[in-house]
Design a binder for this molecule. Structure first.
Ligand code: 13P
Length: 255
């Protein structure tokens, strides 16, 4: 039985003050949450402040990226040890916005995932196709390539901790959510790929999150699909009410 995971990716939003206010609201509303893992990924500038506030709460901290070197002359980068220093538990890796705007490739995604694992950070490895790729029937090919590339060299121990996020690029920030059937089809495919690489038992343990315009209105339908184990939420994670409503959808006993 996989524990549902709802992660809020705040992207490049929120000052330190806005971040602390938001996390206080989530903390208050999440007091009764029992069976769902809650994660927030603030911008780097707010990680420390948020970390201090969630100490002892059911909320865990994630970064939105991680660099693969330990330290040194890498202006603008943040190392895995720095993330551990502020008690990050997860790191989002290979988000499509990083692939699209910052030249992220499957190779760099793979380096980040490996260094995250070696520092006991849980990678949330993002994959997903563009609209053009979907319309030309390349969804499975693209997802397979991104997944295999990102997982290159990750062994049986590493994969146990890893979380995959399927985020169709055409559904991110557009209000166009994948239908539960469209999302489930790709999630099932991803689980099949994990089975091929690591065996059935392991593939049944890995959590696969859906991301792309998830909101309180569509979360239940998406989360009730057998292979959708949670959400990576952008816009709707920026307000405590809407993020909490998605968490409550994951808490439902039927899931
Ligand atoms: P939205 O929920 O705003 O579509 O963003 C999804 C996403 O990219 C989360 O990482």
């Amino acid at each position: 039985m996989r524990t549902p995971l709802i992660a809020g990716n705040w992207k490049m939003n929120n000052s330190v003050g806005e971040s602390t206010e938001l996390v206080e609201g989530i903390k208050k509303g999440a007091e009764g949450v029992k069976k769902t893992d809650i994660v927030v990924a603030p911008p780097f500038t707010a990680l420390h402040a948020v970390s201090c506030l969630i100490n002892g709460s059911p909320i865990s901290l994630s970064s939105q990226n991680v660099f693969w070197e330990e330290k040194g002359a890498y202006t603008g980068e943040v190392s895995p040890a720095m993330l551990k220093d502020v008690d990050c538990k997860y790191a989002i890796i290979g988000h499509s916005e990083r692939r699209q705007y910052f030249g992220e490739t499957d190779e760099t995604v793979n380096k980040r995932a490996k260094v995250a694992l070696s520092h006991d950070l849980i990678p949330i490895l993002c994959v997903g196709e563009t609209l053009e790729e979907r319309e030309s029937d390349k969804t499975f090919d693209v997802v397979q390539t991104q997944l295999k590339g990102g997982l290159q060299g990750i062994d049986a121990e590493g994969i146990q901790k890893l979380v995959v996020a399927y985020e169709p690029v055409w559904a991110i920030g557009t209000g166009k959510t994948a239908t539960p059937e469209q999302a489930e089809e790709v999630h099932q495919f991803i689980r099949g790929q994990l089975k091929g690489l690591y065996g059935e038992e392991q593939s049944e343990q890995n959590r696969i999150l859906y991301g792309g315009s998830m909101n309180p209105g569509n979360a239940s339908d998406l989360l009730s699909q057998p292979n959708i184990d949670g959400g990576l939420v952008g816009g709707a994670s920026l307000k405590a009410d809407s993020f909490l409503a998605i968490i409550m959808a994951a808490e439902k006993p039927s899931l």
